[in-house]
Each structure stands twice: as C-alpha cells, then as structure tokens.
Ligand binder design. Structure first.
Ligand SMILES: [Zn+2]
Length: 323
C-alpha cells in the first residue's frame, strides 16, 4: 500500500471520530483491544490539521476581534479553580492569556478540565489528557433543524444563530452544508471509540477518535459537516479540497464562530490527524481571535486556561491507560 493509500485509510479512520455510533453500525462491536481503564471519564473525538492553517505561535494574540458575541459576555476577574467550577468565559477586548505553561504533549490521561461549566463553553478544553467526564451533558441541546439542518442532529443552542447564518451563506455561495455527526453522548463515544479500536487497533484509533469524555462532540459544540445530500466527508481524500462545502467552510467558517479543530499537519499540537470536516464552535469573537493568532484551537485554548495560584494543588494527573 503506497503512502497515499495509507493516508486514505487513516482518513477513513478519522471519520470514526465523526461518525456516530449508529452511523457506523456499532451494534455488536465489542472492545477487542481492551486496556482503557474507563473510570468515570470517557473518551472523545478527533483532531486534525489543515494545510492553510498558519500555526505560527503568537502568544499575545489579541486579534482585533470585537467581543460582541455571547462568548465575551462574562469575564470573571480572577478565576479560582478551587472554588468556582463554573467561571464563565474569560474574554474581553483583548483576550487574556492566563496560562504561561507550555503546551503539554499529547499524553493519555484523565484530568478534569478546569473550565467545564456550562457557561464556560467557549474555552472548555478537551484533548487526550483533559476530559469533561462521563456526567457532562450540555444543558441547552436543540435540534439542528432550527438552523436549517437535520432535525435528528443536536447542538448547543448557543450556536444556533450563527449556524443558521452560516448555513444560509454557504448555500448562497453554492456550497450547501449538511451534518454527518454533531452531539454525541459519553456513552455513544465509548462505543464509537471501541468500534475503531476493533477496526484499526488501539494505536490508530487514538489518532482518529477521542476516548469517551475527551470528545468535542460531547460538548455539543462540534459538528462534522458534509455536503448537503452528499456522502460522508471522510470518504474523500480531502473534504476541504474536493468539495465546495469543505472548501467554503475552510475559508469562511471562522466568520460564523467555527474553527477547524484538527488542521492538516498539526497532529503534534492537536493530538489528532487531519479532519477537514470537524469544526468546533467557539463564538464569532473568539474564532476571529484564534484565526488571527495562527494557532491551532488546542494551543489557543491551552493558553486561555486558568492558571493555578502558586499554592493551589493544581490538576491531578491520573495515569492513563496502557495501550
Ligand atoms: Zn468530529
């Protein structure tokens, strides 16, 4: 199998992350490659980079984004991890960088993500280490039908207005959008991840599917887009290059508050392979700031996580599962 074929296989795998348990026929899929000590936490989705993403780091990115969206509404002065589980969004005219620590490696872990409150949605970080746990369920899920998309897909209501506008703009541009997968519960993600472990083996699954608790889909803020009426986006070699919908999203989604979480060539920073169909909603102001920074979303979110006070215990890392 040549490299292109391998890439194709990996790309298909990635879909897994996107594909819902039902879509991939998880029924009957049993964990064949055990070893994930799925405690109270679970797994999550995927990551991927995009060719055009400019990942040049610029720590103090303050993108002239006007904080007019809901994400910029709440701005706690000094977040205290120990006493406030729901800090809201730390945002303002100049996005405040609160975390001076370097981006951690993509280690497997089960660390409770600090900004897990429902109102802190724009800055909630989930990756291979940080998790929202098994009990996290968005409190404002609504049908994507409210935005002109499938009535059978669910997303957080905070994005509906921008999503509706984006769907309309894409359609007007000749690139109508559809949804392949959006909100996925913790339990659905458990099956989704193990399905891919069965299909591809544990190591490959880790690069294309999030362990339960670690998926942006569980946040209700991630959408795997497809062309309206088209095939699953991961069946393309490169959804962003081969479809009008994928190309339009790559160029314009940020204007509606959506960022491609896992762009091409950024697996060392995002922890997942290229997923040109997976977008995370962060709000219009933050999306503009993320884009202007040239950073991947994980890097951006990491920089904006609350930083523990010197005497606070800080996050506790629990040994991750052994592959
Ligand atoms: Zn996805």
């Amino acid at each position: 199998m040549d490299l292109r074929s391998v890439a194709k296989v990996v790309g298909i795998v990635a879909l897994c992350v996107a594909a819902s348990a039902s879509a991939v026929g998880l029924a009957g899929a049993q964990p064949a490659t055990p070893t994930i000590s799925a405690g109270p936490l679970a797994a999550a989705p995927t990551a991927s980079p995009s060719p055009s993403a400019d990942h040049s780091p610029s720590p103090n990115a303050t993108a002239g984004a006007s904080p007019t969206d809901a994400a910029a509404a709440v701005a706690p002065a000094t977040p205290d991890p120990a006493s406030s589980p729901d800090w809201g969004v730390v945002a303002g005219p100049d996005w405040v960088v609160t975390n001076p620590e370097p981006l951690p490696p993509c280690a497997l872990g089960e660390v409770a993500t600090p900004l897990s409150g429902q109102s802190a949605w724009a800055l909630t970080l989930v990756d291979t280490t940080y998790t929202v746990g098994s009990g996290y369920v968005p409190d404002d899920l609504v049908s994507a039908g409210a935005a002109g998309l499938s009535n059978y897909q669910y997303v957080r209501s905070v994005m509906i207005g921008d999503l509706r506008n984006m769907v309309g703009a894409a359609s007007a541009a000749g690139a109508p959008l559809g949804i392949a997968s959006s909100y996925r519960s913790y339990d659905t993600q458990v099956w989704t991840f193990w399905y891919w472990v069965n299909m591809l083996g544990y190591d490959y699954a880790l690069k294309s599917s999030a362990r339960a608790g670690h998926s942006e889909h569980q946040l209700g803020l991630a959408i795997d887009f497809e062309s309206a009426g088209g095939p699953d986006p991961w069946t393309y070699y490169d959804f962003a290059r081969q479809t009008a919908a994928g190309a339009w999203l790559k160029a314009n989604a940020w204007q509606y508050g959506f960022i491609m979480s896992y762009p091409l060539g950024s697996v060392d920073k995002t922890c997942y392979g290229y997923e040109p169909w997976h977008y995370r909603y962060v709000g219009v102001a933050e999306a503009a700031a993320v884009r202007a920074s040239g950073l991947t979303l994980r890097e951006w979110l990491w920089m904006h996580q609350p930083y523990p006070e010197p005497d606070s215990p800080g996050p506790v890392f629990v040994p991750g599962p052994t592959p």
